[in-house]
Design a protein around this ligand. Structure first.
Ligand code: ZN
Length: 255
């Protein structure tokens, strides 16, 4: 039986995610921006929370951990953060670790840059990645703690996942990301297609997530810093992909 994934909103623009294993009835929440909408989603499905998979220490990803831990006595999996801002951790996960949610196998990718502790969770069997604030649809997270080369390297790790991987990210920023990306690649057909799709979804008050890795590779300018046409559009021909990526990120910071 295939795993079931539920997507909903938390706080202002964070996503809440539940992934449920019908075989064992295990259910994981990816991050815990706040407890109430997660509890509501669990009740709606009749699921019990067994695990919280934390991606990084920011408050809008861990704010609900303590309350959920108390209510469900679930396992909290988190990266090896030096900030110790993530409370109630049962298991520290690092690169290459494979953990289990019920019978589902979850592979840990270290994807630092946004924060130094940021990890992403890959469910290979379900063809799904939870990339939180490293990779957004048509965007990427701000580089708060790491460097641009470090963030570029993290994006390459995600980009190496199969084309049919569904990408579940941390925030609903897609519409603003599309607007920004069109400023650099106005004639990219994949981006124009995604722009139309996102406009329709937002007009219908629907979420733009998940997207497919194939579409991100073709339309997400932050994953395309090594495409010569992108460097040319930025008058950066001959620069390294990490330098081109840094310039794109700087421009987005100012946008
Ligand atoms: Zn964050």
């Amino acid at each position: 039986m295939a795993a079931e994934i539920r997507t909903f909103t938390c706080l202002n623009d964070n996503f809440g995610y539940l992934i449920h294993d019908p075989a064992t009835k295990a259910t994981a929440s990816i991050d815990a921006p706040e407890a109430a909408p997660i509890i509501k989603a669990l009740e709606r499905e009749g699921w019990t929370l067994t695990d919280i998979l934390v991606t990084h220490h920011h408050g809008d990803h861990v704010g609900g951990v303590a309350e959920l831990k108390q209510k469900f006595n679930c396992r909290v999996v988190a990266p090896h953060d030096k900030s110790t801002k993530i409370a109630n951790v049962d298991l520290r996960a690092g690169h290459g670790d494979v953990i289990k949610v019920g019978s589902l196998l979850v592979r840990v990718l270290e994807t630092p840059g946004h924060t130094l502790d940021h990890i992403s969770y890959v469910f290979d069997g379900e063809k799904a990645v939870f990339a939180a604030d490293t990779l957004f649809s048509i965007g990427c997270g701000r580089v708060f703690e790491g460097t641009y080369p470090m963030m570029w390297d993290s994006l390459l790790k995600l980009r190496a996942l199969p084309n049919d991987t569904r990408v579940y990210c941390g925030h609903e920023y897609t519409a603003s990301n599309v607007k920004f990306a069109l400023g650099i690649e106005p004639n990219n057909p994949a981006l124009k297609k995604r722009a139309e799709e996102v406009a329709k979804l937002r007009a219908a008050n629907k979420l733009t997530i998940p997207s497919l890795m194939r579409d991100e590779k073709e339309a997400n300018v932050f994953l395309r810093a090594d495409v010569p046409a992108v460097a040319t559009a930025l008058a950066m021909s001959g620069k390294t992909p990490a330098e081109v990526f840094g310039e794109i990120r700087e421009r987005k910071n100012r946008a």
